[in-house]
Write a protein that binds this ligand. Structure first.
Ligand code: ZN
Length: 372
């Protein structure tokens, strides 16, 4: 009899295009926090292809129907005003995890470059160099800021790294920041970054990270995040970063981490496969290990070849602002196929919102064993 059998509660699939239903299905407390941080909406894009296009569409996307109606989910972080558009059609494309032999050859062909012998091939900073077990610093020739250095890895191939080496690069970057602070006590704002290969903005193939310090106010994107988190705490009486991680965890996007570190596949990735790590101090070995494991997951499981890593850090000396609840926020993002001539970032990403193909649920799923 109709009406006698209760409708089975439909459990939405764990994928980004089901995010509206997944948030609706959260327990009330988690749902409230999710909805005060994120605005989520779905729409359907429709088109009508001419018959002549159908073979090409089938080859490129599998079927004409998936192109005829495509579901798009828009996620806006209401606290930071970061936002991403996910298209099911783009997200459903298989992730390419192949290793390009041409890339290996191209990396090998540049062996013997100036970074292979940094003592002769690169300038030192006015305070000298910081030397680690696996890296040494060089002063950058054309500077972003008053102090700007490279952490030149001993290993030429930027895709060959171990947790021990990554930890060394981070420690050397921090030590360089302290030396730069001694030389210029007015510049306590340290920024550490790693651009891997040309598509990620690196002009030199040889593995290297970069460090800069700056005056008066942190770099605007870091300061904007601090201000957003401060406003959130004032409005809701709750820690923004804890809530941000909590929302991701409640949806199944958290990645298990060593003690003191949290990680998740972001709901508003700036570009493909973005992961965020939250740590307490740049001196913490567990944070170094988590960053290294995340990069190993990127390169080994997700087929990433070119990536950016960025460390949002509180200043390394006291300043006028309140940084007391600002963790170390580490961003990792995939910059796509290094053989692709089309940039992954256009006017949409620079000026409107990010358009992303990778599904954060799939990204989190590939890190099932965590960053331990
Ligand atoms: Zn080299």
């Amino acid at each position: 009899m109709p009406g006698n059998t209760p409708e089975p509660t439909e459990v939405p699939e764990r994928k980004i295009t089901e995010l509206p239903a997944l948030i609706e299905g959260l327990p009330p407390k988690e749902r409230t926090i999710a909805e005060r941080i994120f605005d989520v909406s779905a729409t359907t894009g429709r088109l009508d292809p001419p018959e002549g296009m159908e073979p090409w569409i089938e080859r490129s996307f599998g079927s004409v129907d998936v192109v005829r109606e495509q579901r798009i989910v828009k996620v806006t972080n209401l606290v930071t005003l970061e936002g991403t558009l996910f298209n099911e059609l783009r997200a459903s494309r298989p992730m390419d995890t192949g290793i390009g032999l041409d890339l290996e050859r191209e990396i090998d062909e540049t062996r013997g470059d100036p970074f292979c012998r940094p003592e002769e091939g690169t300038p030192a900073d006015v305070f000298g160099r910081v030397r680690g077990e696996h890296s040494t610093t060089a002063s950058n020739v054309a500077k972003y800021d008053g102090f700007h250095a490279l952490v030149v890895f001993d290993e030429h191939n930027p895709l060959e790294f171990t947790p021990e080496k990554v930890s060394d690069y981070i420690s050397v970057g921090l030590e360089w920041g302290r030396k730069a602070l001694d030389a210029d006590p007015e510049a306590p704002y340290l920024f550490l970054m790693w651009n891997c290969l040309w598509r990620a903005g690196s002009s030199i193939i040889h593995g290297h990270a970069q460090v800069t310090t700056t005056h008066r106010i942190h770099y605007p994107k870091v300061e904007r995040l601090r201000r957003a988190a401060t406003s959130y705490a004032a409005e809701h009486g709750s820690d923004y970063f804890a809530d941000l991680h909590g929302v991701h965890a409640s949806l199944g996007l958290a990645i298990p981490c060593p003690r003191g570190v949290q990680a998740f596949a972001s709901l508003t990735p700036i570009k493909e496969k973005e992961i965020l790590l939250l740590g307490q101090s740049l001196e913490d070995e567990p944070l170094h290990l988590a960053v290294a494991r995340a990069l190993q997951g990127y390169t080994r499981s997700l087929g990433v070849r070119t990536f950016n890593v960025a460390f949002y850090l509180p200043p390394i000396a006291p300043t006028g602002e309140d940084w007391s609840s600002f963790p170390n926020v580490v961003h990792l993002v995939d910059r796509g196929d290094p053989t692709n001539r089309t940039s992954d970032i256009g006017a949409m990403e620079l000026y409107a919102a990010s358009v992303v193909a990778s599904d954060p649920f799939e990204v989190a799923g590939t890190f099932g064993e965590g960053l331990l």
